[in-house]
Design a protein around this ligand. Sequence first.
Ligand code: FAD
Length: 325
Amino acid sequence: MPGILVFVEQRGGAVKRAGLEALSQGRRMAGAGMGPVTAIVVGTNVGAAAAQAAGAGAERVLTVDHPDLANYAPAAYAGAVAEAVTKAGPSALLFPASSLGKDLGPRVAARLGWPIATDVVELAAEGGKLRGKRPVYSGKAIASFEISAPAVVTLRPNVFRAEPTSGASGTVEALAWAPSATDLKSRVVEVLAPEEKELDVAEAQIIVSGGRGLKEPQNFELVRRLASALGGAVGASRAVVDAGWIEHKHQVGQTGKVVSPALYVACGVSGAIQHLAGMSTSRVIVAINKDAEAPIFKVATYGVVGDLFQILPEFAKAVREAKKE
Ligand SMILES: Cc1cc2nc3c(=O)[nH]c(=O)nc-3n(C[C@H](O)[C@H](O)[C@H](O)COP(=O)(O)OP(=O)(O)OC[C@H]3O[C@@H](n4cnc5c(N)ncnc54)[C@H](O)[C@@H]3O)c2cc1C
């Protein structure tokens, strides 16, 4: 069988969690008869990330290590991945549906002339076809799809489990490749990272989100305290972002970030369809809202009908105490 090629996203030499999830899904499909799993790692000084991918279950790791790839350069990255496709000849190419993967996956699919399924939440291979599910209409419905291999698939982060491997050790092989002049028509010249070390909602396993029910911007402190007690990130509805209470990078939803953490706590968030579009695939959803009819309760695993001003401090205190035990 031709096998599966997984784009393993790395930054600063460390593999991103979503890359490990894609690799684990590749291994599950390989186990179901799809053939070996090859990883492709692109960037500069990718040795450590390649070793991590080899230890995380890739039987073979192809690397493209080039100074022009230090920052994400869309066409050049697409060229490097296409080169790996030529080398590995896979029947499926998996990307995490991270910000980078959402941009790169379709570019590579277009370059190869392959079909693509994006933001996929379930995936299996059967008889030369890839079958799966993906949310549509902002998460109002889940569509089942079937595409013929070879195909590109982007996987929604935090949905596919990254399973630990013991004693795995694949081979690492450097690909000789250099970008053409057209590959570098556009490139990122500098990345300005925010100074604070706040957890990014797109990557957090736990998110505590606040909405207009907080009444005033300073009350976001209640959300921050609970997030800090749980070791999670702070999310927000668009209403409070538009009101200037918190920066847009915290916004969850259709026009914010799509997240799928292990735990999502929504505090004073009504659960408008545009908000649900960004968080309804979270594994466990806890909703705190004083209105028992609030739509957020339709997707909640656990619902607390009550006043967040009473509940949040108690909740944070209980978490801190439980952690001490
Ligand atoms: C094109 C488009 C794109 C959009 N994109 C997004 C998006 O990406 N993300 C997003 O979030 N929204 C988005 N919206 C906006 C969305 O429609 C809602 O307006 C928004 O999500 C509402 O935010 P909220 O839940 O904080 O506020 P509200 O809808 O005002 O809800 C506040 C909630 O707090 C509860 N509450 C009040 N007081 C308390 C209390 N003391 N204790 C407990 N609960 C309390 C209320 O019962 C209510 O349910 C978009 C809208 C459009 C048109």
